[in-house]
Design a protein around this ligand. Structure first.
Ligand SMILES: Nc1nc2c(ncn2[C@@H]2O[C@H](COP(=O)(O)OP(=O)(O)OP(=O)(O)O)[C@@H](O)[C@H]2O)c(=O)[nH]1
Length: 250
């Protein structure tokens, strides 16, 4: 008791917003159940808690305080975060999986529409990747995909979204980039990939290239799918005009 004497209940809640939200809910409904929040432990560590609490009143019906149970749900929250990470991450390359990429891109596309902003989509596809698999096996191919994803990620900013759409097809969404800036990023990615030296199981080095289709949002685009279609067409042009190219949709 001496450890808590003189301290207010508020001093245990690190987030003023949590504290105020819980107070408001109790004052309005008289109770809360499984209410999420955070609390500072004796050793100073912040833990996730779940609060089940109710208001108490004196004989005259005047509010006299709050009583309740606080459960440490840190483990549960950690598990939820891990499940969320697993559900949104491509297990091979550790970047966003298809669903997560499309969700994020859709969200950005919608706000872009609202604020008449511009976004750019880069569709990337490794060249003649089937031959890599045939020569070095599926595991060898997987190593190449991982190294490729790491290389691309290094060329991007935090505000860019990068995901694996499937197989050897990847997509990047750039925000607030002009056509010139987007083409510079795409060219830089193409060059970096071309410069990489991959190693086969016997230690021999081999090369790989990537083709990239690029497009931006047009007036009248109602869905992100329009951009994906155009980037795909530009990619098709890059593939059919010799590969290892960046093509702007026109
Ligand atoms: N190692 C590995 N290979 C994959 C994975 N997903 C798809 N692939 C392979 O990627 C190859 C894609 O080959 P294709 O679509 O024929 O195209 P490509 O050989 O890259 O030729 P172009 O795209 O025309 O340059 C196929 O052999 C797939 O089996 C994966 O997760 N790991």
């Amino acid at each position: 008791m001496t450890e808590i004497a003189g301290k207010t209940a508020e001093s245990y809640y690190p987030q003023a917003a949590d504290r105020d939200a819980m107070k408001k809910a109790i004052m309005e409904d008289g109770k809360v159940a499984d209410f999420p929040g955070q609390m500072v432990r004796k050793d100073g560590r912040v833990i996730d808690i779940s609060i089940t609490s109710r208001a108490i009143y004196d004989d005259a019906g005047v509010f006299a305080g709050i009583e309740g149970i606080y459960r440490d749900v840190t483990q549960r929250k950690m598990m939820e975060r891990e499940l969320q990470r697993l559900a949104t991450t491509d297990p091979l390359t550790n970047i966003a999986n298809r669903r997560s990429f499309l969700e994020q891109a859709e969200h950005i596309f919608k706000s872009t529409q609202r604020y008449h902003d511009s976004i750019t989509l880069l569709m990337l596809d490794l060249d003649l990747f089937k031959a890599i698999n045939d020569k070095y096996g599926h595991l060898g191919g997987d190593k190449v995909l991982t190294r490729f994803a790491q290389t691309v990620a290094l060329e991007l900013r935090d505000s860019d979204v990068f995901g694996r759409l499937g197989g050897e097809e990847f997509c990047v969404l750039l925000q607030h980039a002009s056509q010139e800036e987007a083409m510079t990023v795409a060219e830089r990615i193409r060059t970096r990939v071309q410069e990489l030296d991959f190693e086969d199981p016997d230690g021999a080095l081999f090369k790989l290239t990537v083709s990239i289709g690029v497009t931006t949002n047009f007036e009248g685009d109602e869905r992100l799918a329009k951009l994906l279609e155009r980037a795909d067409k530009a990619l098709y042009t890059a593939k059919h005009s010799g590969r290892n190219k960046v093509v702007w949709f026109s």
